[in-house]
Design a protein around this ligand. Structure first.
Ligand code: ADP
Ligand code: MG
Length: 642
């Protein structure tokens, strides 16, 4: 949207200058980036910014040629890529929020990485020994988008809505925001790409519906399921493949054309470029010439069919995650990304979803157009201003609990923004601190999840185990950024952090984590039960021991030896890996000590009634009572203060 600001000269009140500022939508893509804006007519349009095109290739060249320190962005940079591969960064989006320690990073590219880095951020070593990180490279793209659009439109651009893939995690979102800030842009909101596409189609104006967004770009494939309820969007599920796109079509076609002839890297590069151009022509033509050979659309389709089919499983899984099947309840499929122009891709989508896909809006521009619509909504006073756009958390978020278990507070695919609070208690008597370890992933054991952050809540009043109450709240904001707060309920002491992990996850890793959680589900549950039971056994043994010492006189010798035998049995069984065996012993000991616990409690109450201190009374709550309490608070396990 554009707003007119009139700047009055102090003193004479005369209008000195009129200056327009604008908020735009930016699609910061892996292959191409765009800027779009809503102008006076209320309709979004993409701005022409690179050699007459609305697409700016997301390529940044660092001055090996030209002025020292000069930076070239877009088509001109792309032309330099073959000659200066390590000084020309393509697909920087793949590195956003990624640590150099990530093995994926090294696998990815022809670049030189700066050595001696801490591991928290990747840095590319480019011309003249200059070192740049992915945020800085992205900022160059954003700066180019901004200045070229400003020049073209004759207005100042200060604010933007920038789109990100729905699966982007916290670190990747933070990195994108930072790039915006570095480019001098106020980032109004990070918007998920599929949600932007739905906005461009005006789907938010309907009252309800469920839509799939099928996005096949140059190097990535993303599928998202959006649900609209009375104008409110939710992303119900996301999926995809971070290494699948039009570039693979080009390579497959080049391989066909080159055959198994000896090839040098230069001829391969030329063949790929030719294949790409030929592929694009075959979208509208039945046949074309590539490298002196006639190529038909049917030949292209045969080569790329297996690649297109690879998008199927992710689509089916997303539908399933969203509670749908291929033939029920989907109201539309939106096509996004340059590669969805390929007729065979459209045919595949049509067949997979049993629907004619929506493709009226240019699939290259649709995300940027939607972002422009959102920027307009956020900066205008229109009644639609508070349109709620809801997204999902791509992976579950949770805490480490006693025994190395992951307790999930926010389930994967939960709509965000979201809040979740759970109460925890202390494990040891007099414990005054709790170690809060925030993890991400689907697995039951912390060692199989990703560690996001740790902090310690101190100042817990020293109480018997199980009595302190600490409420831990996870808050995921609309941009997908997580804050964790731990608050001790009695004293109100609290501690919180915003999670800024040093490196993020790729959708590949997300995929891997999901797959492994499915494969390991059964083993994980067994492992969890075993740990749960061992922790519970330890707790009941300790509590029973304490009571035997303090109130052993309440038992006959017979009763005492029954309880002691039960304890010995439980201790022996704790070494077993059969969680049922441990549970049985716990239940038996619990049963055998029930009468004892009752007598201890009666004595406590008697003493309390006789005016003895509450403190002493609390110290005497029996094993049985403590267990009842722990069942009541649901979770009784955190850390011993070390
Ligand atoms: P990204 O989202 O990764 O930035 P885009 O959505 O811009 O990528 O898609 C780029 C891909 O689209 C490239 O592989 C390009 O060859 C392909 N593409 C663009 N136009 C056409 C066309 N007319 N026919 C077939 N493929 C096309
Ligand atoms: Mg894209």
């Amino acid at each position: 949207m554009t707003a007119l600001f009139e700047i009055a000269e102090p003193g004479n009140g005369r209008i000195k200058e009129a200056c327009q500022t604008a908020a735009v939508g930016i699609d910061l893509g892996t292959t191409n980036s765009l800027v779009a804006i809503v102008l006076g007519d209320g309709r979004p349009q993409a701005v022409s910014i690179d050699e007459g095109s609305t697409l700016l290739p997301s390529v940044v060249h660092y001055g090996a040629s030209g002025e020292p320190g000069s930076v070239i962005v877009g088509r001109a940079a792309r032309r330099l890529a073959a000659q200066f591969p390590s000084d020309t960064i393509v697909s920087v989006k793949r590195f956003m929020g990624r640590g150099s320690a990530d093995p994926e990073t090294l696998r990815l590219s022809p670049y030189k990485f700066a050595s001696g880095d801490s591991g928290s951020v990747v840095r590319f070593e480019v011309a003249r020994g200059r070192k740049v990180n992915p945020v800085e490279v992205s900022a160059e793209i954003l700066r180019a988008l901004r200045s070229r659009a400003e020049e073209r439109l004759g207005i100042k651009i200060q604010q933007a809505v920038i789109t990100v893939p729905a699966y982007f995690d916290d670190a990747q979102r933070q990195a994108t925001k930072e790039a915006g800030r570095l480019a001098g842009i106020e980032v109004l909101r990070l918007l998920n790409e599929p949600t932007a596409a739905a906005l461009a189609y005006g789907l938010d104006k309907k009252s309800f519906g469920t839509f799939a967004v099928y996005d096949l770009g140059g190097g990535t494939f993303d599928i998202s399921i959006l649900k609209l309820v009375e104008g409110v969007f939710e992303v119900k599920a996301v999926g995809g493949d971070s290494a699948l796109g039009g570039d693979d079509f080009d390579r497959a076609l080049a391989t066909l054309l080159l055959g198994h002839a000896a090839r040098d890297p230069r001829s391969v590069r030329i063949a790929i470029d030719e294949a790409k151009a030929g592929k694009e022509r075959l979208t509208t033509e039945a046949q074309t010439q590539v490298l002196g050979r006639t190529l038909t659309r049917a030949q292209l389709e045969e080569v790329i069919r297996p690649l297109i089919e690879r998008t199927g499983p992710a689509c089916r899984r997303a539908l399933k995650d969203a509670g749908l099947t291929t033939n029920n309840k989907l109201d539309g499929v939106i096509l996004v990304g340059g590669s969805t122009r390929v007729p065979a891709v459209r045919a595949f989508v049509r067949e997979l979803f049993g629907l004619e896909p929506l493709a009226d809006i240019d699939p290259d521009e649709v995300v940027a157009l939607g972002a422009a619509v959102q920027a307009d909504l956020l900066t205008s006073d229109s009644p639609q201003h508070d349109v709620l756009l809801l997204d999902v958390a791509p992976l579950s978020l949770g805490l480490e609990t006693m025994g190395g278990l992951a307790e999930k507070l926010v389930q994967r695919n939960t709509t965000i923004p979201t809040n979740a609070t759970q109460e925890f208690t202390t494990f040891a008597d007099g414990q005054t601190g709790m170690d809060i370890h925030v993890v991400q992933g689907e697995r039951e054991l912390v060692q199989d999840c990703r560690s996001l952050a740790r902090f310690t809540l101190g100042g817990i009043p020293p109480l018997p185990a199980g009595l302190a109450r600490v409420a831990v709240t996870f808050q995921v904001d609309a941009d997908g950024i997580l804050s964790v707060t731990a608050r001790e309920q009695l004293t109100g002491v609290s501690q919180s952090i915003t999670v800024k992990p040093s490196h993020g996850l790729t959708d590949d890793e997300i995929e891997r984590m999901l797959l492994s959680s499915i494969e390991n589900a059964e083993a994980d549950v067994q492992a969890r039960m075993l740990i749960d039971n061992r922790v519970e056994a330890q707790r009941i043994l300790k509590a029973t021991e304490t009571q035997l010492d303090a109130n052993g006189d309440l038992l006959s010798n017979q009763e005492r030896s029954t309880i002691e035998a039960g304890m010995a049995d439980l201790r022996a069984r704790m070494a077993l890996t059969d969680h049922h065996a441990i549970k049985d012993a716990i239940d038996r000991l619990d049963h055998d000590s029930a009468e004892f616990a009752k007598r201890v409690m009666d004595r406590g109450i008697d003493r309390a009634l006789k005016g003895r201190s509450v403190g002493e009374f609390e110290g005497e709550v029996g094993a049985h009572a403590a267990k009842a309490y722990s069942a009541h608070v649901e979770q009784t396990t955190l850390y011993e203060d070390k």
